[in-house]
Design a protein around this ligand. Structure first.
Ligand code: ATR
Length: 277
């Protein structure tokens, strides 16, 4: 019987996951189907019911997107260290009646930066903007990649301090407000992990954080040249990227976890790339 997988979110109409996993399955000749499920937001326990119904119908695994990453983590019987550290799941596997939670967002992002964008993070100065779920997912793999300095800036200082306390890592981690960035020099990598781009806004980051050899990375996907990326371009940055590579790389990690074989990602990234103009 064809193995069944799905992505669950709400709304879910925009999802690229069925296309990505369909291309992976074609490439590696896997007998699997991958659909999109609009999960119920209300009542509270309805999400769990939808997941259990999918498992009962023979489902083998699921990707999880907004707003269900915390709920998916909560209903799991087992949680990977990565999912536990992030406090959220973006992938589930169903085996022997148990739900196992994973989180590949951070490793997908790191792989995109280090492999696809050729920026090994070790020894580099890295700046992350924002202190929400996206920043939290990025921080842990970034710390493990041993940058020389990792600065996290946010409007709400108490929130960014709380985030770093939860991560509880030693290492070159610092927090600040946007105003403090003026005197902090240039960074090799600047990641916009705020939700500002979703509403066409610009986090108040000074152009002085960029050098021509910096990489400017926008976590949002398919928003073209966001105000953040435009600021970076205007500051002379040649290498600007959005989250398409992260999207495909986290999918490849989930695919490898489920199927035991890692697909190639370059052709899929090319296919999904929305020009940055
Ligand atoms: P989630 O956890 O779902 O990612 P969130 O907790 O609302 O979402 O986090 C959104 C992040 O984007 C926050 O860091 C927020 O900054 P504040 O904590 O200071 O509010 C940031 N953000 C949203 N809009 C922004 C803007 N226009 N400029 C700068 N930061 C912005």
């Amino acid at each position: 019987m064809t193995d069944q997988y799905a992505v669950i979110g709400n709304p879910i109409g925009h999802t690229k996951s069925p296309l990505i996993h369909g291309l992976f399955a074609q490439e590696i000749r896997q007998d699997m189907s991958y659909t999109a499920i609009e999960g119920p937001v209300e009542p509270q326990d309805a999400f769990a019911g939808t997941v259990h119904a999918f498992v009962a119908a023979g489902g083998k695994g699921m990707n999880v997107t907004a707003p269900f990453k915390l709920k998916a983590f909560a209903i799991a019987d087992e949680r990977s260290e990565r999912a536990t550290l992030a406090g959220a799941a973006n992938a589930l596997s169903f085996k022997d009646g148990r739900i196992v939670a994973e989180n590949f967002d951070g490793v997908g992002l790191l792989r995109d930066i280090e492999v696809n964008l050729s920026l090994p993070m070790a020894g580099k100065r890295v700046l992350v903007l924002g202190a929400g779920g996206a920043a939290r997912g990025a921080l842990l793999p970034f710390i493990a990649a041993r940058p020389a300095e990792l600065v996290i800036a946010n409007r709400d200082i108490a929130k960014v301090k709380a985030l770093v306390e939860q991560v509880a890592s030693s290492g070159p981690l610092a927090t600040c407000g946007y105003g403090d960035l003026e005197g902090m020099g240039q960074f090799d990598l600047v990641v916009n992990a705020t939700s500002a781009s979703l509403t066409g806004e610009l986090p108040p980051v000074p152009p002085s954080v960029f050098s021509p050899t910096s990489v400017a990375y926008e976590l949002a996907y398919g928003k073209r040249l966001t105000p953040f990326l435009r600021l970076a371009r205007n500051a002379g940055v040649a290498s600007v990227a959005d989250g398409v590579g992260m999207l495909v790389e986290q999918a490849a990690e989930a695919f490898a976890w489920w199927r035991g074989v890692r697909p190639q990602t370059h052709a899929v990234i090319d296919r999904l790339t929305v020009p940055l103009n």
